[in-house]
Design a protein around this ligand. Sequence first.
Ligand SMILES: [Zn+2]
Length: 113
Amino acid sequence: MLRLILFVLLAIFVARAIWRLFDGIVEGASGGRPRSRAPVRGVSMVRDPVCGTFVLPARAVTLVDGPARVYFCSDACRDKYRARSSTRSASSGPTAGPAEPSDRPEAVEERTR
Ligand SMILES: [Zn+2]
């Protein structure tokens, strides 16, 4: 009788040890594989046209410039780009709707030239 109890206790102890070992193997296999195989991939970076920094679209400051959407690393770069593009569009041709062309002497000069 005592021998049977000892045998059962031993069996439980061994089973538990084996189970723990098995558990550790499974944990190591499942935890190690995705960690080594999951680099940050598939995220397309966009380039800031002002300073040339590559930024994530999700975190970038965006500006809709006509049909295109432009991404910036910061508000400062966006403001710079906006100022640059507004001066560019004003000098190249009056394409903006709300601005009155009669209020701008440059536009009149371009027409007379
Ligand atoms: Zn920038």
